[in-house]
Design a protein. Sequence first.
Length: 350
Amino acid sequence: MQTVTVSASSAYPVYIGGGLLERAGELIAASTQSRTCAVVTDSKVGPLYAAQVCRSLQDVGFTVRLHAFPAGERNKNLGTYGAILEFLAENKLTRSDFLVALGGGVVGDMAGFAAATYQRGIGYIQMPTTFLAASDSSVGGKTAIDLAAGKNLAGAFHQPDMVICDTDTFRTLPDAVFSDGVAETVKHGLIADAAFYQFLMDGDIRAQIDDVVRRNVEIKASVVGEDEFERGRRKLLNFGHTLGHAIEKCSGYAVTHGHAVAAGMALASRAAERLGYSPAGTLEAVLAANKRFGLPSGCPYAAGELYAAATSDKKRSGSGIDVVVLEQVGQAKTVRLDMEGLRAFTEAAL
Ligand code: NAD
Ligand code: GLY
């Protein structure tokens, strides 16, 4: 088992390794006085892993309530979130009890938002079961649901008390879901660590999965430790997200988050090179990674459609929006655009 500590407004451990689902009870019991929890999962992860996690918790004396909602981004909405809150209330969870988010990023974001808001905030533990959730969404405390107007438009910053990442769970992931995590991993290399990017291009991710997850978590922990509430450096983690979220929305969430981010990074890098924000060669680095991992670099939507979807992105503030571009592989910066600038950026991206 490897451990990374995140030092944000609270400090917490991220445990990474095989066989950790069955150690969940032991790891959690050592760090809490509470004895009741709700395990929140989805309809695909529940049948695979919930029994094992519940048993591990019960074996060390926890009373466990289990709630599963229908899997998928289209269910990351107010209705599903409301049902989680009602479940917690019906089962009389108190402020000293806690949630366990068992699943991918959709489960983590929604259970985390429920934990942030139920009785004005209770503790929660992230147990990511996708490569994307392990490498990105389970760490850093961003929780959210989607609204009709766009992705993640209601949410809160609420750090988990612990992250337990059992990398054995990735064995049941469909290849396409695994590659969603590869996209966020490539993003971390492109914005923060050229040597990591090169390892991804030359090495074997699956053969060294624990180390790859650990490096992702270290990069994220470093950024979140410095800028938990996204006033500065954390914005760089949104590389590929302004146009990526627009692609997700235009597709009615048929395009998954990781695939949309991969395409968003390519589109942003093309626009950035054409408009002189990034040097030549940065687009090529993104295209090469997307090609190697079978991720998309284009999108079927016209500039006008993408622009309309991008204007409801929550990274917009006042009359402007910060888009992330590469200075070189391993280094990124933000560029502040007004709405006309965003339109020009979107047109140059295609
Ligand atoms: P997901 O949670 O929808 O999981 C993808 C699919 O895989 C689902 O059908 C799920 O049921 C299934 N699944 C999960 N684990 C499995 C396993 N071990 N075996 C078999 N099937 C499994 O998607 P995701 O890619 O994990 O997460 C995407 C979400 O994360 C998006 O909503 C995105 O906005 C969010 N996100 C949040 C942050 C953050 O910082 N909070 C960062 C990145 C992404
Ligand atoms: N995935 C973006 C962030 O956590 O800030």
